[in-house]
Design a protein around this ligand. Structure first.
Ligand code: NAD
Length: 381
């Protein structure tokens, strides 16, 4: 059972899929671990620390890939990488199966098995494998620091000899994992925080962090699906939320937007009118930029200034904190690998809830209906 871990720096990725702490645990389970040289250099994991944990460092990527039974990555591997793997190999990582299903075609053609970390179900048994939550935690934290760094004000209430400085006001839109971490971080810095979410259940979590939950009467409509995710709402329901957000955004110094609906374009919640009504100097960090953004001005991986309001659309904030992002991701990987082994051998039980949801390709077949459809119809190329 040979694992390969790549150095993803050539794809501008500072995180690494496995850190030495997990190498030790996986060795105990019977895995051999090969790591490309300098793979963990930005994640506080140098080659010597991998070797001390029992991994073998490879300078030759081709040799590493050709021997691998499992390839652990952060990002979807390129076609050139896939083609060097054995067709029986298993690839595990953020593979974007719903955003870019067509780009899984090289893996499908080569016959490898693909497990998408995005599709690990949010069930209790899989909590330790939930890499989406791990990365959302890092991103929610970093978004607040990014805004605080650029804000022409301080966050906390200060009582000084020269008088009182009033605290910054932060508005968080969407109180899922990233939103809740943004709230907690802004509170720790001393800001006054308000948050809005369509899921009423989020209210209790927001209040427990000491923030105000902004409530909108949505007429009793169902806003959550059976999995606890937000549903796509009607224009009327969205408009009610937008009006409240526009009103509160006028008072905010920082707006962090995180609203997402799985498999859909992110809802536009911070409208053009809202931005034009905000004070110059306000910082917006749109964490939904990868799925279209919560603001019409958001440009993915870019910064725009509209009437003095700065709007960031970062795509990979988790990679800005590679040490902890890698540590969390590596622990998620380790937890997942525990269910892939039986009596010292790789055992892929596709009837298991976790693999039934997350295993998108196996033996040349697309197991996920959306991936199959996209590949057949040529969508999302
Ligand atoms: P997400 O990234 O899909 O969305 C972020 C937030 O945006 C969500 O809270 C969502 O309700 C909200 N949102 C969607 N449309 C909105 C709109 N129009 N206006 C305002 N807010 C809007 O969410 P996530 O962080 O991945 O979490 C989604 C759900 O999964 C939550 O209920 C969370 O508690 C749950 N969850 C469960 C587990 C688990 O049980 N293991 C782990 C993590 C998350």
């Amino acid at each position: 059972m040979q694992i390969a871990v790549l150095n993803e720096a050539d794809r501008h990725e500072a995180r690494v899929a496995l850190v030495p702490e997990s190498v030790k645990k996986l060795k105990a389970l019977g895995f051999q671990i090969g790591v490309e040289n300098s793979a963990g250099i930005y994640a506080d994991s140098n080659d010597a620390s991998y070797e001390a944990a029992g991994a073998v460092i490879y300078k030759d990527r081709q040799a590493l890939l050709s021997e691998a039974d499992l390839l652990l990555t952060i990002n979807r591997p390129s076609q050139a990488i896939i083609e060097q793997l054995k067709p029986s190999a298993i690839v595990i990582g953020f593979l974007k199966p719903l955003d870019e299903p067509r780009l899984l075609e090289p893996m499908l053609r080569h016959g490898v098995t693909a497990i998408a970390m995005e599709l690990i179900p949010r069930i209790t048994r899989a909590q330790a494998m939930d890499a989406l939550s791990s990365m959302a935690t890092v991103v929610g934290y970093k978004a607040v620091l990014l805004a605080a760094d650029r804000l022409p004000k301080m966050f906390p209430l200060l009582m000084t000899a020269a008088g009182t400085i009033s605290p910054a006001r932060v508005l968080v839109i969407g109180a899922g994992v990233a939103g809740l971490q943004a709230i907690a971080t802004a509170k720790r810095l001393g800001a006054v925080v308000e948050a809005y979410d369509v899921r009423a259940a989020a209210g209790e979590q927001v209040r427990s962090l000491g923030a105000t939950f902004l409530e909108v009467d949505l007429g009793g409509i169902q806003t959550e699906d059976s999995g606890g995710y937000a549903r796509e709402l009607s224009e009327e329901a969205l408009t009610r939320g937008r009006s409240l957000i526009a009103r509160q955004a006028k008072l905010a110094d920082v707006v962090i937007t995180t609203a997402q609906v799985p498999g859909r374009r992110a809802p536009l919640m911070l409208t053009e009118e809202a931005v034009r009504g905000m004070r110059p100097g306000t910082m917006v960090v749109d964490l939904a930029a990868a799925s279209g953004g919560n603001c019409p001005f958001t440009r993915a991986d870019d910064v725009v200034v509209v009437d003095g309001v700065t709007i960031y659309g970062p795509l990979n904030l988790a990679a800005c904190l590679p040490v902890h992002a890698s540590q969390l991701y590596s622990r998620n990987m380790n937890a997942l690998l525990q269910i892939l082994v039986k009596e010292g051998k790789i055992f892929l039980n596709l009837q298991d809830d976790i693999l039934r949801s997350s295993c998108v390709l196996h033996q040349g077949k697309a197991l996920h209906p959306l991936v199959e459809k996209a590949i057949l119809t040529g969508a999302n190329a």
